[in-house]
Design a protein around this ligand. Structure first.
Ligand code: ADE
Length: 239
């Protein structure tokens, strides 16, 4: 999977890209990340990429020409046409279903905004897939782009230690339950003991216990995920 990240702050990504799972995936050639500094496409001698909004108002707006020309150059590379994503609080909300949909593209361009936003003509001309990571406003799209990369690389075959892992994740396809509680050594820490069942060696009962844990957690914390609620069908049969 290849990412072309368009940003005014490429250095924000370097620490993140050097960390364990992603670093390994890049070293193994499973993931490629190319950082493009938007300022390099600015035609003006001060490398400005933004300007004051027509009609007045606070802040600065990212200029249409710089972004369109930068993206068009990336798109003109002869490989598979990349899927263009713009990170913006105005976008459709990211969830695991959207992650799975985006993971079907092997090339993505991630456009990170700053300031008050993009000139509307960027959207009109490039028709990006606008994605928001939640109903809050970040200082820019960079952190949101890292969130997206992080979720997507988990879907690339070979990136996780064992292939089962991402299918077991909460929210993965067909799994709408939160994860069960996990424990490791020591068995007793300050009187907080690991549940006996996990030490029993009875894998069938452990699996059943974990399923029950997931269900209880989901009911307590995120009942909205249980739609329809798991017992509703059983209840309908009891007459
Ligand atoms: N840029 C600023 N806020 C954002 C958000 N919530 N999601 C994606 N990009 C953003």
């Amino acid at each position: 999977m290849r990412f072309d990240v368009v940003t005014l702050f490429p250095d924000m990504f370097t620490g993140y890209l050097g960390q364990s799972l992603l670093h390994k995936a890049i070293e193994q050639g499973l993931v490629e990340v190319e950082l493009h500094n938007l300022r390099d496409w600015s035609k003006d001698k001060h490398h400005n990429v933004d300007d004051r909004p027509f009609g007045g108002g606070p802040g600065m707006v990212l200029k249409v020409d710089t972004i369109v020309e930068c993206v068009e150059e990336i798109q003109s590379q002869p490989d598979e046409k990349p899927h263009l994503v713009m990170l913006t609080p105005q976008g459709r909300r990211l969830d695991q279903r959207v992650v799975e949909e985006l993971a079907e593209s092997s090339r993505l361009i991630l456009l990170c905004g700053r300031y008050e936003g993009f000139d509307q003509r960027v959207v009109d001309i490039l028709d990006p897939d606008e994605i928001s990571i939640g109903d809050f406003v970040l200082n820019g799209g960079e952190v949101a782009a890292m969130v997206l990369v992080d979720a997507l690389v988990r879907m690339v075959p070979g990136v996780l230690g064992h292939e089962q892992s991402n299918q077991d994740d909460s929210f993965s396809r067909g799994n709408r339950l939160l994860e069960f509680a996990q424990y490791t050594r020591p068995r007793d820490y300050r009187g907080h003991r690991v549940p006996d069942i996990l030490l029993s060696g009875d894998h069938e009962r452990i699996a059943e216990w974990r399923k029950q844990q997931s269900l209880e957690r989901t009911q307590k914390r995120r009942a909205d995920l249980l739609d329809p609620p798991p017992h509703s069908q059983d209840e309908s049969k009891t007459d």
